[in-house]
Design a protein around this ligand. Structure first.
Ligand SMILES: Nc1ncnc2c1ncn2[C@@H]1O[C@H](COP(=O)(O)OP(=O)(O)O)[C@@H](O)[C@H]1O
Ligand SMILES: [Mg+2]
Length: 253
């Protein structure tokens, strides 16, 4: 919907936050797949993938096929070129993963990136910006009142032990290559997965995978309490580690 809104002074943008393993990158993958055939194009960049020390601007330029050469670095005005590409290719939005990396650099870099975030969604480029990062990213954005207004923060909450969670877990297990049925009527099973995983998708997925592998090895071929009660040992034997929940501060929710 945000992308369909035309002729706004500032294109609708948002910051999506979740702790590591909360499913941000998976969600972006889904957006990419769904946008593949859309006439309103999105471009995708990941701050994290910048081994060359690229700035946010460099990443965007190279994603658009504009070389990150000396020209751009030396302050050559690339705005018209950028505007041209955005218009002719009908690019409506930019999705930035791991935005916290752009906002936790030196103060100078941080200022440059924050002002770029303003320009991207402002009248110069008119792109909707969908930024994804850990909760700390919201704290940085909030330092600038203009950005705070333009980037509403949407916190992806972790799982709670409800029907949605049970649905996710059972359909995940259903797709695992196990010969026997796991007892989905057993609420304690879900509760144990929930408590151990602290509501983080990545943890839940790893608990299910490790339990499933253990059940193949022990021949039971379904996930049961014996696996969940020994999940620490089982996970350690597969070299899996659980993530700690990095809860957003109250004000950030
Ligand atoms: N909707 C989902 N269905 C299945 N697995 C998921 C889903 N969302 C996340 N995952 C899994 O959880 C793990 C962590 O998710 P990820 O998107 O990398 O988190 P983040 O980017 O927030 O750190 C990945 O292994 C991913 O495969
Ligand atoms: Mg990620």
């Amino acid at each position: 919907m945000a992308m369909k809104m035309r002729n706004k002074i500032n294109a609708p943008s948002m910051l999506v936050t979740a702790p590591g393993g909360g499913g941000k990158t998976a969600l972006i993958g889904e957006m990419k797949a769904r946008n593949a055939t859309n006439e309103n194009k999105m471009i995708f960049v990941t701050m994290h993938q910048s081994p060359n020390g690229y700035s946010l601007k460099d990443l965007i330029l190279s994603e658009l096929g504009l070389g990150v050469g000396r020209r751009a670095r030396q302050g050559h005005n690339i705005t018209p070129e950028l505007q041209y590409i955005i218009r002719t290719e009908n690019i409506c939005a930019i999705v930035i993963d791991e935005i916290h990396d752009a906002l936790t650099l030196t103060e100078l870099q941080q200022r440059i990136n924050l002002s770029l975030l303003k320009n991207l969604s402002g009248s110069t480029y008119g792109l909707s910006v969908f930024a994804f990062g850990v909760p700390a990213a919201a704290r940085v954005l909030r330092q600038d009142p203009q950005l705070e207004r333009r980037y509403p923060v949407v916190a992806l909450n972790g799982w709670e032990n409800g029907p949605e969670f049970r649905n996710f877990v059972s359909s995940y297990i259903h797709h695992l290559p196990l010969k026997n049925k796991t007892n989905f009527q057993d609420q304690m099973l879900f509760l144990k997965i929930m408590n151990k995983g602290q509501g983080i998708t990545d943890n839940v997925v790893k608990i299910l995978q490790a339990s499933a592998m253990a059940s193949i090895i022990d021949g039971t071929e379904h996930i049961n309490h014996r696996h969940l009660d020994n999940i620490d040992d089982i996970m350690a034997s597969f070299n899996y580690a659980l993530r700690g929940a990095e809860m957003p501060l109250e004000e950030e929710q």
